[in-house]
Design a protein around this ligand. Structure first.
Ligand code: COA
Length: 337
């Protein structure tokens, strides 16, 4: 039997600058009332000029290592779709800033599903004895790729980073990752995308329109698919680990929109109080979303050692994924916003 990957540390970091709905309404044709009722978001954190994804990832990684009480790991995985540069990956720089030069370090790009994909990748490396420990960081600064004049995306996204430390352990112990469900559908590539700046546009020889260098999203289409894929993915992982929906103590979904989370809860037959939500305070932080929600739920005492937790995410690609785990007896560093 392969070894289990066990969560033994959790750390987060959001940039200190808070942007409220009223601040956005002062520069865009929107209102606090529209944003609250259509998304559930009241504020988000946004980086100042000069701060990039790698900086946030380093801060969250440092806190996760502190939470785990360790100074080193065998591999660093950074889940992000706003890397510091198109090439190379952000993870090696983050590892070096953490004093971990020399370890394996690479990025995983699965947009809002990135953290679940990163967890599955690291769990696989631990399960096959390639690594004994891993630092998995979800970090994004979507504020750097949003069209300043696009009210539909500006109101939704925030910046942040969250990280966990994994170690090799036993499948039955608290903190063990029990199972995963991962999926994708590239036919939805245009629903969540930055059309220009990659090899597709550069290789076409056509100069990019400025609008195409920014993030584009088809909100209503994404909304419907997010509900469908997160619920079916949760059902798949539950089947895999032989848990029923009523066995779950907490569902920790990607924090996309409070209406998406409520719809998923209804579809799954999980009561609202068992769905962790912090989208109101941080918005959609993409790959950082799930670990930020975990840290807030840990800090306010909702997550207790041994409880059954299901993580689920959906995002660009399209991509989706879920993980089933039992919660470890750890103290998060950097939770509660
Ligand atoms: N303020 C005011 N009005 C806005 C607005 C804003 N920030 N954004 C859009 N509107 C308007 C639209 O222009 C539209 O006006 P119209 O009816 O005159 O054409 C109206 O509100 C309804 O737009 P629609 O896009 O149908 O609204 P919606 O209820 O679907 O909400 C989203 C829009 C983006 C909040 C919602 O679709 C969503 O959250 N989608 C998922 C996004 C997501 O999670 N993406 C990340 C990947 S996981």
């Amino acid at each position: 039997m392969t070894r289990a990957a066990v969560i033994c540390g959790l750390g987060t970091w959001v940039p200190p600058r808070v942007v409220t709905n009223d601040m956005l309404a002062a520069e865009l044709d929107t209102s606090d009332e529209w944003i609250r009722t259509r998304t559930g978001i009241t504020r988000r954190h946004v980086v100042n000029p000069g701060v990039s994804t790698g900086h946030l990832a380093t801060e969250a990684g440092r806190r996760a290592l502190e939470s785990a009480g360790v100074t080193g790991v065998d591999v660093v995985v950074v889940a992000t779709s706003t890397p510091d540069r198109p090439c190379p990956a952000t993870a090696p720089v983050v590892a070096s800033r953490l004093g971990l030069s020399g370890v394996a370090a690479f990025d995983v790009a699965a947009v809002c599903t990135g953290f679940v994909y990163g967890l599955a990748t690291a769990a696989g490396l631990i399960g096959t004895s390639v690594a004994k420990t891993a630092l998995v960081i979800g970090a994004d600064t979507f504020s750097t790729i949003l069209d300043p004049g696009d009210r539909t995306t500006r109101v939704i996204f925030g910046d942040g980073a969250g990280a966990v430390v994994l170690r090799a352990g036993d499948h039955e112990e608290a903190g063990a990752l029990r199972g995963f469900d991962l999926g994708s559908d590239g036919r939805g590539v245009d629903l969540i995308t930055v059309p220009a700046g990659g090899s597709e546009q550069r290789g076409s020889g056509v100069t990019a329109e400025e609008a195409d260098t920014y993030f584009h999203m088809d909100g209503p289409q994404v909304f419907a698919r997010a509900v469908r894929h997160m619920t079916s993915s949760v059902r798949s992982v539950l089947k895999d680990v032989a848990w029923d929906a009523e066995d779950i103590d907490h569902v920790v979904p990607h924090q996309a929109n409070v209406r998406i989370l409520d719809a998923c809860a209804r579809e799954l037959g999980v009561s609202a109080d068992r769905v962790v939500k912090n989208v109101d305070r941080v918005g959609n932080t993409v790959a950082a979303s799930i670990p930020l929600a975990l840290a807030d739920a840990s800090a306010d005492g909702r997550l207790e050692a041994g409880q059954r937790v299901v993580l689920t995410g959906f995002g660009g690609g399209l991509s989706w994924g879920s993980a089933a785990l039992t919660w470890p007896g750890i103290t998060a560093v950097g939770g509660e916003r």
